[in-house]
Ligand binder design. Structure first.
Ligand SMILES: Cc1cc2nc3c(=O)[nH]c(=O)nc-3n(C[C@H](O)[C@H](O)[C@H](O)COP(=O)(O)O)c2cc1C
Length: 101
C-alpha cells in the first residue's frame, strides 16, 4: 500500500464562481474523492482557492495533476506535498469554507 500524504495548494479562479457553480463542483468532487478515498478541504475567497488533498500518494498525485489541468483556475502554487502519519480531514470527502465578510 502506498504512503498517506497530503498536498496543499493555492490557485486563482479564471472564471466567476457563483454559489451554484461551487456547489456543483463540490458535489462532483465529493463523489469522486469518496471513490478514491481522498479527503480534504477547499477554501474559496474572492477568486482564490486553497485546497488540502489527502490520501494515498499515487492517488493524490494523480488527482492533483487532473485538478491542475482544470481551466477553471490557474496560477497554481503547490505549498506543501509531504507524507503524513494520519488524516486531518477524516470525515470530509471535501469540506468547504467560504469567507464572506
Ligand atoms: C479549485 C478546484 C478544486 C477541485 N477539487 C476537486 C477534488 O477535490 N476532487 C475532484 O474529483 N475534482 C476536483 N476538481 C475538479 C477536477 O479539476 C476535474 O474536473 C475532475 O476531477 C474531473 O473528473 P472526471 O474526469 O472524472 O469527470 C476541482 C476543480 C477545481 C477548479
Amino acid at each position: 500500500m502506498s504512503e498517506l500524504m497530503h498536498i496543499i495548494y493555492a490557485s486563482k479562479a479564471t472564471i466567476d464562481f457563483p454559489k451554484d457553480d461551487i456547489v456543483a463542483l463540490l458535489e462532483k468532487a465529493r463523489n469522486k474523492n469518496e471513490s478514491l478515498n481522498v479527503t480534504g478541504m477547499l477554501l474559496f475567497d474572492d477568486g482564490s482557492f486553497l485546497q488540502v488533498l489527502e490520501g494515498e500518494e499515487e492517488t493524490v498525485d494523480r488527482l492533483f495533476s487532473e485538478i491542475s489541468s482544470d481551466s477553471r483556475h490557474n496560477k497554481i502554487v503547490k505549498i506543501i506535498s509531504e507524507a503524513i502519519p494520519e488524516r486531518q480531514f477524516n470525515d470530509w470527502t471535501m469540506g468547504y469554507a467560504s469567507i464572506i465578510t
